[in-house]
Design a protein around this ligand. Structure first.
Ligand code: ZN
Length: 377
């Protein structure tokens, strides 16, 4: 059913049908749909730019532009960004990165506000992106721990840190209660426990970046962990990938890298790593743009954090522990704070490396938009 829904959306967004429909549909459906503003579903530049809203309890209807019928009731707790607004119609980017329509009678849209640059943490809007979800597990450890679940746990710890005022000792890394570093204004999770299955659902990259764009976030931090190291190393093999397109992403990545390694290094493990440890970027040699679809679409300083190697037994054991997850979150937190409150930079920022284009981890064909029917009451 959900697969059929996704396919209908593909057809709808291709603009191959008359977008104008006559006659009132069920449940007071408006009589005329606005024409779609996009002509393809996976346009690399497709992103939500106008605002966002959360799906209320009970879900909300997603409409097929071809015939005005409800494709599905999308699950409560999800947040969707929208591309355009015409009367009561909102053209949204679905979690699968396709476009569809919804009405503002079921949701309360928040218009995007342009967030002025600030060093005041209490003014910050941040987007956190727990990597993978649903059928997309990401990496899997030797005992079966999934990256999607660990990424969400770390992201929730990071959200909690960002939403609480602190003192920070940047020499020791200690974070204690206090008021020198206030709570940020808001933290938006792309994948949230408010959604279905406790936050275990899949999302496309256009959706994830689009949400950060629609919220006018000051930074986008995507939380991941790694697999398949190429060598043993004498310190945590953390990598932080930065966006080539969004200015200052390299400085953000460098500071997060430095603080993350400070947090993780005291743990006892035979660390594994890749060829370069530090802040890195991957460039599509053809376009000169970002290899990573998420970073390519984000309109603010944005990074992908790969904290440790889930494929390695010792690191999997650490990643499953609360202490290590908290240390990971604290490292990223301090990096974010330094980025916004200082002019510091890092000595561990590498130049971009050529890398072929990334199509994304979720394909439109297989992606399922989370349905209210699957929400356990
Ligand atoms: Zn990942």
């Amino acid at each position: 059913m959900a697969t059929l829904g996704a396919l209908s959306l593909v057809a709808a967004a291709c603009g191959s049908v008359d977008p104008t429909i006559a006659g009132a549909g069920p449940r007071g459906v408006p009589t005329t749909l606005p024409p779609p503003t996009t002509t393809t579903t996976l346009d690399p530049s497709l992103t939500a730019t106008e605002g966002y809203f959360q799906i209320p309890v009970g879900g909300a209807d997603l409409y097929n532009v071809a015939n005005g019928t409800v494709v599905q009731t999308i699950a409560q707790g999800l947040t969707l960004g929208f591309i355009s607004r015409s009367g009561e119609w909102l053209e949204v980017v679905t979690p699968c990165g396709t476009t569809a329509f919804m009405t503002d009678t079921q949701v309360t849209p928040v218009a995007k506000t342009v967030s002025p640059a600030t060093s005041d943490l209490s003014q910050l809007v941040l987007a956190l992106d727990p990597g993978h979800g649903g059928r997309d597990w990401g990496g899997v450890g030797p005992t079966g721990a999934s990256e999607k679940s660990i990424n969400l746990d770390i992201s929730l710890r990071l959200k909690q840190l960002l939403e609480t005022p602190h003192e920070i000792d940047f020499v020791t890394g200690a974070i204690t209660p206090g008021s020198s570093y206030p709570a940020v204004k808001s933290v938006l999770l792309t994948r949230s426990p408010d959604g279905p299955d406790g936050g275990d659902y899949e999302l496309g990259l256009a959706y994830r970046a689009g949400l950060a764009n629609a919220a006018g976030a000051h930074a986008l931090i995507s939380i991941h962990n790694n697999t398949v190291p190429t060598q043993e190393v004498d310190r945590p093999g953390s990598e932080v990938f930065y966006s080539l397109a969004a200015p200052d992403s390299d400085r953000l990545a460098g500071l997060i890298y430095d603080e993350l390694v400070k947090s993780l290094a005291p743990f006892d493990a035979n660390w594994s790593g890749g060829t370069l440890l530090g802040a890195r970027a991957r460039m599509d040699p053809k376009s000169g743009g970002d290899y990573y679809g998420l970073l390519r679409r984000a309109q603010m300083p944005s990074v992908i954090v790969e904290g440790a190697y889930l494929s390695e037994p010792e690191e999997e054991a650490l990643l499953k522990s609360a202490d290590f997850q908290q240390a990971y979150a604290e490292g990223v937190y301090r990096g974010i704070v330094r980025f916004f409150t200082t002019a510091d930079t890092s000595n561990n920022i590498f130049s971009p490396e050529p890398f072929p284009d990334d199509a994304g981890t979720v394909s439109t064909r297989s992606c399922k938009i989370p349905s209210q029917a699957d929400v356990t009451p």
